[in-house]
Design a protein around this ligand. Sequence first.
Ligand SMILES: [Zn+2]
Length: 267
Amino acid sequence: MVLIGRSSKIGIIGGTGFYSLFNGAESAKLDNTGAGKAVSIGDIGGRAVAFIPRHGSNHTIPPHKIPYKENIETLHRAGVERVISSTAVGSLRRDYRIGDFVFTDQFINMTSGRESTFFDSEVRHVSTAYPYCTEMRRIAAEAAERLGLSYHSDGTVVIINGPRFSTKAESKFFRSIGADIINMTQYPEVALARERAMCYLNISIITDYDAGLEGEPGEGGEPVSNAELRTRFNENIERLKGLILEIIKAVPDERSCGCKDALVDAE
Ligand SMILES: [Zn+2]
């Protein structure tokens, strides 16, 4: 739990297009060799906040190769109690529109072959009935409301392995099993954070309509291209940063949610 530098109770994992949060932030490195990853620590609203760019600082790490365990463990050892993550997502529904924010409340995991638990040498079963922090989702929705942003206070994400995008048949299937949005990186990140009893808030930004909303009436609904996705996400980064600042200002020092007790009875 010792950090060279400062400790931080709030950690941010930036997704596609979101590689830096601070200007001139200090970089800290854990002195515990178990998770010796460098994190940037900067001030936001007078609080020390840790930052990790999920895909690396130059967007070189693909979704299936991201060191999810290392990222979460690094934040945990830095003293982080609350994780705020951003992700680019595709929409599977006409009413979840491009540019909208979604505060995800449920996930369906369709990934495979990823290291997804810290409990490899002991038997522990953590409840993930409510994997995303309810208190943080409420704070986020209130912040989005104050800023006049278009948002959804809940949504089910299906996480696919990638790096390819969905086929039309897969996209249709994901809609049929109840997913609202689709992404490649929320799992196992959210589950690992829960295993470390950290609050996890996801802020998804809708950048596309996945493989297209074929057969549905209305405008849009075209399949995604990667160039398109990047452009749209970049347009939203400044709005995202504003939202994160507004959320951090409203986060109380002490947690009143159940996340800190995630490991109680997890045997
Ligand atoms: Zn919580």
